[in-house]
Design a protein around this ligand. Structure first.
Ligand SMILES: Cc1ncc(COP(=O)(O)O)c(C=O)c1O
Length: 489
């Protein structure tokens, strides 16, 4: 059994936590089937070269959570029914009469929410300290924390009263001015600061868009494959999803117009399609804007990681392509700084700004002001552009290392080529290999590798694994690739 358990003394996560996660993953993925007898704590401690206490701590937690059962006098066994299965079985198996007799008191919207799949792909049971190959996480090891600390203290010392009395629902004006300026010069976005609305990340941006622009039953085009949390937001608003195939030119606007020309909204990632990384061609961009103009529909442009382009000149945003583009543009600091900051921005056409401000105010009044003020200083003092330049270099290096390691170690198992943009690569599995199984195997080997099929709705295609590299320092990347080889070999 010891060979199925992956522990890493250098990872920083406590060994009992790693052992717990490893055992749990092995049980959930069926590598340790129900009824298996686990070695005695002393024996496992010896096999893994751990202290007995470490093993006991992991066992005790698994016993308490119901993954293991102790049979008096005969040892510890994997439970007949794991907590995950028990929960889903109960949901599926409740007879309809029982459900009717005891309905939870939810609104129809609440019930629809409860029925949605989890909006974010799970961590697959890999310990949180493992960075290889987490998606969407920037290089936390390169976060300018000392500078941030200094700016934070300066702000607080110098203007805590202003920070505490900030009441502007659109967000801190100097930040909106700095952003309007940055977006005009770097992204070709047409806007003034009055059109910028500070939000708590793209997730809130999408939620406001769905609330303001969609009625239940309205059709919305989504990229297929595409970003699952965007789909969840639309479903939660009662929209009817229209999965539109993506090819080398991005979302296929012609196909979408044939499928549902009457859609009210198109949600797109034109600079760096999530997850395939392609950018939308000029021809398609024009076709999309033409469709929105002709049918009075809206386009939501999710420009989530446009800052990370490694080849050629940055591509301008869709929003700025024509003067009256029916585009709601959104960006986030989640990729350039940290998703935990929960800060992003919307650029809204003038005729919509008032209603968006109302929706934001009703949602949460406004975004926290201290972080906004610090971010303003970070941008205006030139740190933001410096940080971006450094991150572009770092991520290009990290991407090149992943490609190189994968070419050397994963030949015939996973085809990983370079990408011009983004923070992850798509690794293509050999035809016929199931990516969910491959992802589970990778997780059991201690590596996060989300399956591409989670991003697909209707399109079929070769299985793939998504490998985030931005947050993965060199040695961890090499180790992660080695583990992937074990898992996929
Ligand atoms: C397509 C897409 N949009 C937006 C985001 C970021 O969202 P947020 O700003 O809510 O963290 C991500 C993060 O992975 C993403 O993949």
């Amino acid at each position: 059994m010891a060979t199925t358990l992956v522990l890493d003394a250098s990872s920083g996560a406590p060994l009992h936590e790693q052992l717990y996660q490893s055992l749990r993953t092995a049980m959930v993925t069926g590598r340790l089937p129900s009824g298996t007898r686990l070695p005695a704590t002393r024996a496992l401690a010896e096999q893994l070269d751990l202290s007995r206490n470490t093993v006991m701590t992991a066992y005790t937690r698994l016993l308490a959570e119901g993954y293991l059962v102790g049979r008096h006098g005969s040892g510890t066994y994997v439970a007949d029914e794991l907590p995950e299965r028990a929960l889903s079985a109960r949901r599926v198996q409740a007879p309809p009469s029982a459900r009717r007799a005891n309905p939870p008191s939810l609104s129809r919207r609440g019930a629809a929410l409860a029925a949605l799949p989890p909006p974010f792909p799970s961590d697959l049971g890999v310990p949180g300290s493992v960075m290889a190959f987490r998606l969407g996480v920037p290089a936390l090891d390169a976060f300018p924390h000392e500078l941030w600390d200094r700016l934070l203290h300066q702000r607080w010392r110098r203007s805590w009263r202003d920070v505490l009395s900030q009441r502007e629902p659109r967000g801190f004006l100097p930040l909106r001015e700095a952003l309007a300026n940055y977006l005009a010069t770097s992204r070709g976005v047409r806007c003034g600061p009055e059109q910028v609305l500070i939000v708590n990340g793209t997730q809130q941006a999408m939620s406001l868009v769905a609330q303001v622009l969609l009625d239940p039953g309205d059709a919305a085009w989504v990229e297929d494959p595409g970003y699952p949390p965007a789909r969840s937001v639309l479903l939660a608003a009662g929209a009817s999803l229209v999965p539109v195939p993506v090819d080398a030119e991005g979302l296929d606007v012609e196909a979408a117009s044939r499928l549902r020309p009457d859609a009210r909204l198109a949600v797109v990632t034109p600079s760096s399609q999530q997850p395939l990384g392609v950018h939308m061609s000029l021809r398609r961009r024009r076709a999309l804007l033409e469709w929105a103009g002709r049918t009075n529909a809206w386009v939501f442009e999710d420009d989530y990681d446009s800052e990370f382009r490694y080849v050629g000149r940055p591509l301008a945003a869709l929003q700025g392509l024509t003067p009256d583009a029916r585009v709601i543009y959104s960006g986030t600091f989640g990729k350039v700084l940290s998703p935990s900051l929960r800060l992003g921005y919307l650029v809204v056409p003038e005729e919509l700004i008032e209603v968006f401000v109302k929706a934001k105010t009703l949602a949460d009044v406004r975004s926290p002001s201290l972080e906004q003020a610090v971010l303003t200083d970070f941008i205006n003092q030139g740190h933001f552009s410096r940080h971006l330049r450094r991150m572009r270099v770092l991520y290009a290096e990290r991407q090149a290392l992943l490609v190189e390691e994968a070419r050397r170690e994963l030949r015939g198992l996973l085809e990983v080529g370079p990408a011009e943009t983004g923070m992850h690569l798509v690794g293509w599995l050999p035809p016929g290999v199931d990516d969910r199984t491959a992802s589970e195997r990778a997780a059991a080997a201690g590596v996060v590798a989300h399956p591409l099929s989670v991003y697909r709705l209707q399109t079929l295609g070769r299985g793939g694994l998504l490998l985030g590299y931005a947050a993965v320092p060199g040695p961890e990347c090499s180790e992660g690739v080695r583990r992937l080889r074990q898992a996929l070999g």
